[in-house]
Design a protein around this ligand. Structure first.
Ligand code: ARG
Length: 595
């Protein structure tokens, strides 16, 4: 059988073994195939393993057929179609079929990669909406939103690379009762706001002022309530005031997005105002709303377990629940997405579970065709292991955090003496690359579900699985071709005269590591965990270093003159760089030419 171009090795082997099992044991043709990469350092076990035989032996035994796993494995092996990807198959141990990859295939695949760039593995395409970042107007964008922003952006990049049709949505908290008091306060502070943009400097201060008045002044409170009503009914002056307030936050958010290289489309809760009205109608018609102390609630399932959603408040207003019901309906029915990903902290997991169940119950969500994920993540802790706060106990402002990162990254570069070597522009590029890459990578490289400790010292270390280590290794790899004295700018041309040779053990190991990329990308997108890609980058860098330590790419004599250039090995360096570059892009790391 043929290997599809850019296919993931694991996926291809699934295909091979599915066919073999179907031929050898037709009654088990739908058994899920189990393929695992071999982690053993010993080359004699091969590179991948199919371990279906053991389970099949059990199943056959239940039917009264006695066959040893070894015999079953042999039958599977005999029925495997010939594939250019496989050098040989061997039955070993308790009934494993060991797969040895073909060097010839690997060499071809790497040539293709160098010629055409890293291409995505083929996957079925979906229209997918990613709801991420989603801070709240007039409130501080905090480290939780930073995590959502970083993880969300990377998931978007991953799925875009896999050629899905990606819709990036910022579900801003821009609608709600707090706007009543903000509008009322705006009217008093800046009576001329309709003609002249009010100079609200600090929206947090403005928020606090209005909250104070709301709590202390009855007349103000009444007016605040009436402004909520006029806002929700679309009264032009209130809408104008609301827009002015939103603009202040919007600008602040945008500077953060620019710094982190995040692009996102705003579609806040206010967008769903009319759709909230219609989703309430929809639920009412289906008889799914029931009264509860003046409110109208909806249970996620008929048995009334779990926590009900509050769809209509006792004052007739809507809630966070209502807006998410309207949003999921809009996304699936109007936006025609078949996959929705919510990147929101783990604290909201009950909320999303309830929304998903309720959406299923009322027929909006059909799990047979739709996929919905709550991509949850843990909290950010300070180095003391407690919730991340400033010394005075306030929440950390994101812009301050990024500034601090910039300062620390410059210190780190200076302590390595880079300011003497790099031009001012190069130093600035390196500073930014290190600062933002570090912050992103520190977040992405852990399993997102666990809490993580935010430590500039840790993330700026140049050893271990850190962004700094990866960036340094990457620039070192890029410098090899540059320093060879030969022209590697046109790789297709270089490839005309060179075959990538994988006879050295370390060359072979590096090649196989690089070719795992497609497996990793598919795993990341199936499970929506990016730390697998981070671990892969780290593995590529360490395996590269092993290769580079034992394989000469450029040989020099005692006088330091180049006497031999191994083009095949330099092509391997270039392939490594290409794989890293693509992975870095997905992770939001910005490599620089010099560092
Ligand atoms: N604004 C919310 C918060 O800060 C997050 C919104 C997440 N998205 C959603 N569809 N509920 O907690």
């Amino acid at each position: 059988i043929e290997v599809q171009e850019n296919s993931s090795i694991t996926e291809h082997l699934h295909f091979v073994f599915a066919q073999a099992i179907a031929l050898a044991f037709p009654e088990y043709k739908d058994t899920p195939v189990s393929i695992a990469p071999v982690n053993s350092a010993s080359a004699k076990f091969g590179d991948y393993q199919c371990n279906n035989a053991m389970k099949l032996a059990k199943q056959l035994k239940e039917k009264g057929i006695n066959k040893s796993p070894g015999d079953i494995a042999t039958e599977i092996q005999r029925n495997c179609p010939v594939s250019p990807l496989i050098e040989k198959l061997e039955v070993a141990g308790a009934g494993f079929v060991n797969v040895f990859l073909s060097k010839n295939y690997a060499s071809q695949a790497l040539s293709g990669l160098l010629r055409n760039g890293v291409k995505p593995p083929p996957v079925p395409k979906r229209r997918v909406l990613i709801d991420f970042s989603s801070p709240n107007i007039a409130k501080q964008m905090h480290v939780g939103h930073l995590r959502s922003t970083i993880i969300g952006e990377s998931i978007c990049r991953l799925l875009e690379f896999l050629q899905h049709d990606v819709v990036r949505i910022n579900h801003l908290g821009d609608w709600g009762t707090q706007f009543g008091m903000l509008i009322a306060h705006l009217e008093d502070r800046f009576p001329n706001f309709l003609n002249e943009s009010p100079p609200i400097g600090d929206l947090q201060v403005f928020y606090k002022e209005s909250k104070k008045r709301f709590d202390e002044d009855e007349e103000f409170k009444k007016r605040a309530y009436s402004r909520v009503v006029s806002l929700q009914s679309g009264e032009p002056n209130s809408i104008k005031a609301w827009q002015l307030i939103c603009d202040v936050s919007r600008k602040e958010f945008q500077t953060i997005y620019n710094r982190l290289d995040v692009s996102i489309q705003e579609r806040g809760e206010s967008f769903y105002q009319s759709r909230m009205l219609s989703v309430v109608e929809f639920l009412r018609k289906k008889n799914l709303l029931e009264p509860d102390e003046g409110r109208e609630i909806m249970w996620p399932d008929e048995s009334k377990t779990g926590i009900p959603l509050t769809i209509v408040k006792s004052d007739g207003g809507f809630t966070y629940d209502t807006s998410d019901m309207a949003a999921i309906r809009h996304r699936l029915e109007e936006e025609k997405c078949s996959w929705i990903i919510y990147v929101v902290d783990a604290g909201q997991s009950t909320h999303f579970n309830t929304i998903f169940k309720a959406a299923e119950r009322c027929g909006i969500l059909d799990r047979a065709v739709h996929r919905v994920d709550h991509v949850q993540f843990g909290v950010v802790l300070g180095e003391d292991g407690k919730k991340f706060k400033t010394r005075s106990g306030d929440t950390v402002k994101l812009s301050d955090l990024l500034d601090e990162g910039m300062k620390r990254s410059l210190n780190q570069l200076e302590s390595r003496g880079r300011n003497d070597v790099l031009t001012p522009q190069e130093l600035k590029d390196a500073q930014e690359a290190v600062a933002y890459s570090c912050i992103k990578y520190a977040d992405l490289c852990h399993n997102r579900i666990s809490d993580y400790i935010f430590s500039f010292d840790k993330m700026l270390e140049d050893r271990g699985n850190t962004a700094v280590y990866l960036l340094y290794t990457y620039t070192r790899i890029c410098s090899i071709a540059r320093n060879s004295g030969e022209d590697f700018s046109d790789l297709a041309k270089v490839l005309e005269g060179v075959n990538i040779d994988l006879s050295h053990e370390k060359e072979w190991k590096l090649a196989k590591t690089l070719l795992k990329m497609h497996d990793i990308l598919i795993k990341c997108s199936n499970e929506l965990f990016l730390h697998f890609l981070c671990e892969f980058c780290y593995e590529v860098c360490t395996v590269f270093t092993e290769f580079y330590d034992s394989c000469y790419c450029i040989e020099k004599n005692k006088a330091g003159e180049i006497i031999a250039v191994n083009r095949s090995r330099i092509l391997l360096c270039e392939a490594t760089a290409a794989v890293l570059r693509q992975s870095f892009f997905i992770l939001g790391l910005k490599p620089v030419a010099k560092i």
